[in-house]
Design a protein around this ligand. Structure first.
Ligand code: ADP
Length: 257
């Protein structure tokens, strides 16, 4: 008898937000957020400072609870998933998350594999391979034994992305991964992200640099005034009237995106 390969993912978004409201102590920061991130899609989150990008990413990642609405991962409500299961499927990368401890590069990347380990912390058969592949892809060969506290910002950012790669998560949530990096590292980080989404993961990435967004995003979600201001492919969203309105730019601002 012929067997059909499993098609669990067919048509189901990696991430789906259903009428989500996010905020603090019942004070909404963003409301009416509905969108889907498809497998393999890189969705860039853009918007002015303080518009709610970090709050949204933290809510999707389970660090904050939604004030209303639902977050679905592969069709399943994340509120009903255990902490460990969520940690295995969602990779979070926030700014300034340097560990105070001088782990080596190899050790920090290997932490991406923790969700796969049994209750006694035994190695999973794929662990070493996943870590080695991530080190190579992130251009970190030769850095394995360096303490992460002694790396430059760009090197450390690549270590964090390599950890996300080793984790083989289905969804990546990254807050300003390209911030403070020089152009070479910015491009490297974005290329790495594209190679991770190439394996079928979805990524929601906040970026301030609209040129990077134009180059690397499949779609851009622009937030402003407490909700979605625009959502679509870069040429649809990066339009003078939209960007000018959302970022409150003077009319004579040269439009460079
Ligand atoms: P962005 O990432 O777009 O710069 P944030 O999500 O950090 O914006 O912030 C959105 C809003 O939520 C801002 O008005 C900010 O002051 C507020 N905010 C952020 N963190 C907290 C907090 N812990 N408690 C209350 N309000 C907060």
């Amino acid at each position: 008898m012929e067997t059909t390969p499993p098609q669990a993912d067919a048509g189901i978004p990696r991430l789906e937000l259903e009428n989500l409201t996010v905020g603090f102590r019942k004070k909404p920061v963003l409301s009416g957020i509905s969108l889907g991130v498809r497998p393999g899609e890189l969705l860039v989150l853009a918007g002015p400072n303080g518009s709610g990008k970090t709050t949204l990413l933290k809510t999707i990642g389970g660090i904050l609870s939604p004030l209303a609405g639902r977050v679905l991962l592969d069709g399943r409500d994340t509120a009903l998933m255990g902490k460990r299961e969520k940690a295995g499927q969602i990779s979070l990368l926030f700014q300034g998350t340097s560990p105070g401890w001088p782990f080596t590069v190899q050790e920090l990347i290997a932490q991406g594999r923790f969700p796969y380990r049994g209750i006694f912390g035994a190695e999973h058969p794929g662990d070493q391979k996943a870590v080695a592949q991530a080190i190579t892809a992130a251009g970190l060969l030769g850095f394995e034994d360096r303490p992460v506290t002694e790396l430059s910002g760009g090197e450390f950012q690549r270590v964090l992305i390599a950890r996300a790669m080793a984790q083989e998560a289905k969804l990546l949530l990254l807050d300003e991964p390209a911030n403070t990096l020089d152009p070479k590292y910015q491009l490297m980080v974005m290329t790495l992200l594209r190679s991770i989404t190439g394996t079928g993961a979805g990524a929601l990435v906040s970026l301030h640099d609209l040129n990077l967004a134009r180059l690397y995003a499949d779609r851009i979600i622009l937030i402003g005034n407490g909700t979605i201001a625009a959502l679509g492919p870069p040429p649809e969203v990066l339009r003078k009237e939209i960007i000018g309105r959302v970022f409150d730019l003077p009319p004579d601002t040269p439009f460079t995106w």
